[in-house]
Design a protein around this ligand. Structure first.
Ligand code: TXE
Length: 489
C-alpha cells in the first residue's frame, strides 16, 4: 500500500496518526494518509508565521519570488501525468480530465509568477504641504487555504499562486477525501526552492484540523472552497482571528437555451456542463432551462448523448464518466434522485447505478424532467451527474427561473440573437456568464459567485491584491517645529 506524508516547515513526516484512503473505482483502500490533529496544525501555522519574517523569504525581491513560481510551474508541467494518475486513483476523476487540467494548472502558476513584481504601491498627491505620503503594498500574512476533493491542484493553484506572488506564507489543507495529489505536489514545492515554512501542505478532517486552522490566531487570511455548511463554520471560526475570508461554494447553475440556438452544438455544451468530472464541479450546469418549443427536441438529443457516454475505469483514456469520489456522495445523489421522482419528476435516462460496476461508487448519467414540479434535484447542489430540465416561454420567464436559486456561481446562455444575449448577461444573477459556450476557465479571468455561492474572486489581478494589505506612510518634510499639537493636521 502507498503512504503519503505531510509537508511541514520544509520537512516530510508521516505524523502521529494516519487514515486509509479508498480508490473510488474499486472501493478498496489503496493508500495511507497522514492525519493532522490540533498540535500538528498549531506547529504548522507557527512554522508559516516564522517563515513570513525569515530573511530567506522576506528579503527575496518580488522578481525572485516570481522566478520561484515559474520554476514551480515548470515542475507541475513536467510532472502533470504523475500527479494526474494520483488524483485519478484517489478521487476517481477521469484521467482525460486530470491530465489536461493539471497541465493547465502550470499556466496558473506562470500567470501569478508574472504578476509578482507588478504589485505596486502608490505615491499619493497629498492635500497638505510639507508631506510625502505613499502606500506600501505588503503581504497579508499567513494564509490558510482549504480545498475539497474535486480539482484539488487547480483549486490549490488559485490560492497558492496569488499568496506566494504577494509574499505570504501558506498552510494548505488538502481534503481528507483524496489528498494524494496535493501531498505529492509538496515535493515539487520543495524542489522549486521555496524556503522552509513558506508552503506547508497537510491533510486532516474538519473538526480536528480544518477548525483549528481557520481559528488559529496567527492566520490572517482564509481562502476556502467547499460546501456552504462548512463555509458557515469557517466564517464563525474566523471571528476568532478576524481573518479576511474568501469563499467559493459551488452552485445550482442555470443553462438557458433559446430555440434560436444551434441545438447540436448546445447539446455538447450542456453535456460538458453536467457530465464532465462526473458532475462534481462547482460550475456544473445542473439546471437546463430550455424554451418550451424546442424542449422535446433538446431533451431527445441530450438523452441520446447521455446514454452513449462511456462509463468505466477512470484511469482508462477512453472513459468519459467515472465513479463519484466517495460512497457518501453517491448515496446522497441516489437519495435526492429518489426524492425528486417521488415529487413528480420524470426520469428521462439514468437514475441508477450502472451495471458491471458493483465495487466502485458509480452512478449513471441522469436526466430528470422537472417541469412544473418542485423537484429537490432542481434546487439542491447534488455534485453529481444529474441534469434537471425546466422549460420557459419568453425571456422574462427564463430570467425568473434562472435566478430562482440562492446560489449564483455560473450560468450559460445559448442563443443566436446578439441583443438578447446582452440582455441575459445583464439580468442573470451569477458571477460567471458563458454565452454559447460552457465551462471555460483561465487564470486571467476572475472566478467566484454571488449569494450562497460565496464571496471574493479567485483568478485575475483582483485576486492577487486580495493577498496584500496596504500600509499608508506619512513623512513630514519640513524642518520647522510641529505647530499646534491640539489640532489634527
Ligand atoms: O465539503 P466540505 P464536502 C458541496 C457539494 C458537496 C457538499 C459537501 O454539494 O456535496 O458541498 O462536500 C474542510 N473548518 N461542495 O463535505 O465539508 C474539509 O476537510 C474548516 C461544493 O466534501 O465543505 C475539506 O478540506 N475546514 C464545492 C473542505 O473543508 C473544514 C466543493 C471541503 O469540505 C471544516 C466541495 C471546518 N469545520 C463541496 N469541515 C465547490 N465549491 O465546488 C470540513 N472542512
Amino acid at each position: 500500500m502507498r503512504s503519503f506524508e505531510h509537508y511541514i516547515d520544509g520537512t516530510f513526516s508521516a505524523g502521529t496518526q494516519q487514515f486509509e484512503s479508498v480508490n473510488p473505482a474499486t472501493g478498496e483502500t489503496w493508500a495511507l494518509m497522514p492525519r493532522a490533529g490540533a498540535e500538528d496544525v498549531d506547529r504548522t501555522v507557527k512554522a508559516a508565521h516564522r517563515a513570513l519574517s525569515d530573511p530567506a523569504w522576506r528579503n527575496l525581491t518580488a522578481t525572485q519570488r516570481g522566478k520561484l513560481l515559474y520554476k514551480l510551474a515548470d515542475l507541475v508541467a513536467a510532472n502533470a501525468q504523475t500527479l494526474a494518475e494520483l488524483e485519478t486513483a484517489d478521487t476517481g476523476k477521469i484521467i482525460r480530465e486530470t491530465s489536461a487540467q493539471i497541465a493547465y494548472v502550470a499556466e496558473y502558476y506562470r500567470y501569478y509568477a508574472g504578476l509578482a513584481d507588478k504589485l505596486q504601491g502608490a505615491h499619493l498627491p497629498i492635500d497638505k504641504p510639507d508631506m510625502e505620503v505613499w502606500l506600501r503594498r505588503e503581504p497579508i500574512g499567513v494564509v490558510a487555504a482549504i480545498v475539497p476533493w474535486n480539482s484539488q491542484l487547480f483549486l490549490a493553484a488559485v490560492k497558492l499562486g496569488p499568496a506566494l506572488a504577494a509574499g505570504c506564507s501558506v498552510v494548505l489543507k488538502a481534503s481528507e477525501d483524496g489528498p494524494a495529489p496535493l501531498l505529492a505536489f509538496a515535493k515539487l514545492v520543495q524542489e522549486a526552492g521555496f524556503p522552509p515554512g513558506v508552503v506547508n501542505i497537510i491533510t486532516g478532517f474538519g473538526p480536528d484540523c480544518g477548525s483549528v486552522l481557520t481559528s488559529h490566531p496567527l492566520v490572517s487570511r482564509i481562502a476556502f472552497t467547499g460546501g456552504p455548511e462548512t463555509a458557515r463554520h469557517v466564517m464563525r471560526n474566523a471571528a476568532n482571528n478576524l481573518a479576511h475570508v474568501t469563499l467559493e461554494l459551488g452552485g445550482k447553475s442555470p443553462v438557458v437555451v433559446f430555440g434560436d440556438a444551434d441545438l447540436d452544438s448546445t447539446a455538447n455544451a450542456v453535456v460538458a456542463g453536467i457530465f464532465a468530472a462526473t458532475g462534481q464541479s462547482c460550475v456544473a450546469g445542473s439546471r437546463l432551462i430550455v424554451e418550451r418549443r424546442v424542449k422535446d427536441q433538446m431533451v431527445q438529443k441530450l438523452a441520446a448523448k447521455a446514454k452513449a457516454i462511456r462509463i468505466g475505469d477512470p484511469q482508462d483514456r477512453a472513459t468519459e464518466v467515472g465513479p463519484l469520489a466517495t460512497a457518501r456522495q453517491r448515496d446522497h445523489i441516489e437519495a435526492v434522485v429518489a426524492q425528486s421522482l417521488s415529487a413528480g419528476a420524470k426520469l428521462v435516462c439514468g437514475g441508477a447505478r450502472p451495471e458491471g460496476f458493483a465495487k466502485g461508487f458509480y452512478y449513471s448519467p441522469t436526466i430528470l424532467d422537472c417541469d412544473g414540479v418542485n423537484s429537490p434535484s432542481a434546487e439542491k447542489e447534488l455534485f453529481g451527474p444529474v441534469l434537471s430540465v425546466l422549460s420557459f416561454d419568453g425571456e422574462q420567464e427564463a430570467i425568473r427561473i434562472a435566478n430562482d436559486t440562492p446560489f449564483g456561481l455560473a450560468s450559460g446562455v445559448f442563443t443566436s440573437n446578439l441583443s438578447r444575449a446582452h440582455r441575459m448577461v445583464r439580468d442573470i444573477h451569477a458571477g460567471i456568464v458563458w454565452v454559447n459556450t460552457y465551462r471555460a476557465v483561465s487564470p486571467i479571468v476572475p472566478f467566484g459567485g454571488f449569494g450562497m455561492s460565496g464571496t471574493g474572486r479567485e483568478g485575475g489581478l483582483e485576486s492577487v491584491l486580495d493577498y496584500t494589505r496596504t500600509k499608508s506612510v506619512w513623512l513630514r518634510t519640513s524642518d520647522d517645529p510641529i505647530p499646534d499639537p491640539f489640532v489634527m493636521r
